[in-house]
Design a protein around this ligand. Structure first.
Ligand code: SF4
Ligand code: SF4
Ligand code: SF4
Length: 251
């Protein structure tokens, strides 16, 4: 039987999610032994191309060329997966979205007239997406689990609980309640094993918002600490394009 064909593509991002996969080194061979890598420029010079059973897209869409490319890859793929926060939510580079493109470009480039950038958006703004792998960078085990689920025809599983749940399960002292730190773990999708809070850094929301949580409760608590709603939303904007901060978060 033919092995499933996989493509890994880079759009606008730091390449950290692809690096997370490559850093598995020997384990990568075990994990990907059951598939055929048809495109993964960062890992191999042999890239025969599609069609693909699964295409993993790292990075956001932020240029007209990338819009064309993502549509092309979609046509060539049975399943399309957003790999990491940039591809899911627009990523760190979406922080520029509220500003006029030309103003941002002038700050960075000597000749902005050569730059063709758009707002940074997650790939599902342009194409249908079959699976999401959250995190900046991704948790590779989650990526492998999602790939297996798609190939076996199972509904992908996503953690529907906040970072607080994993943080409590680790027995951590709460940075928000006990130390008064700006931790947005209560409204952030879990699945990272609370890696930051376990290491005494408040959660910055890199896995994006978990909808249906007690957001008002968090805002009230933070407001008593002198931190207003806008400041919390600004923390979320570090990773998440505004369009994904739905009414309940951003109202
Ligand atoms: S999600 Fe984070 S680690 Fe992955 S490409 Fe984007 S910025 Fe880099
Ligand atoms: S430290 Fe943050 S993530 Fe952990 S329990 Fe407190 S609020 Fe939740
Ligand atoms: S604790 Fe928060 S910022 Fe850290 S990895 Fe998890 S979701 Fe991301």
């Amino acid at each position: 039987m033919d092995k499933p064909k996989i493509g890994v593509f880079k759009f606008t991002g730091c390449a950290g999610c692809q690096m997370a996969i490559i850093h598995l080194e020997e384990r990568l061979l075990d994990i990907f032994g059951g598939v055929e890598i048809r495109y993964f420029k960062m890992a191999t010079s042999r890239n025969p191309g599609g069609p693909y059973d699964i295409s993993l897209i790292e990075g956001s869409v932020s240029t007209p060329k990338e819009i064309k490319e993502i549509k092309e890859i979609r046509k060539n793929s049975r399943y399309l997966v957003a790999l990491g926060t940039c591809a899911v939510y627009g990523g760190v580079q979406a922080m520029r979205n509220p500003f006029k493109e030309i103003d941002v470009e002038k700050k960075v480039y000597e000749k902005p007239e050569y730059i063709m950038s758009l707002e940074s958006k997650g790939i599902d703004e342009y194409v249908d997406v079959d699976g999401y792998i959250y995190g900046c960078p991704i948790n590779v085990e989650e990526a492998v689990f999602l790939i297996k689920s798609l190939l076996l025809g199972f509904q992908p599983y996503y953690p529907e609980y906040s970072v607080c749940v994993e943080c409590k399960m680790k027995g951590n002292e709460c940075l928000l309640l006990k130390r008064g730190e700006k931790c947005i773990g209560p409204i952030t999708r879990g699945g990272c094993d609370a890696i930051c809070t376990t290491n005494k850094f408040p959660c910055q929301g890199c896995r994006g918002p978990l909808y249906g949580t007690n957001i008002d409760g968090l805002f009230q608590k933070l407001s008593k600490m002198g931190i207003d709603r806008e400041e919390v939303i600004n923390i979320m904007r570090k990773y998440v394009n505004e369009v994904y901060l739905r009414g309940e978060v951003a109202r």
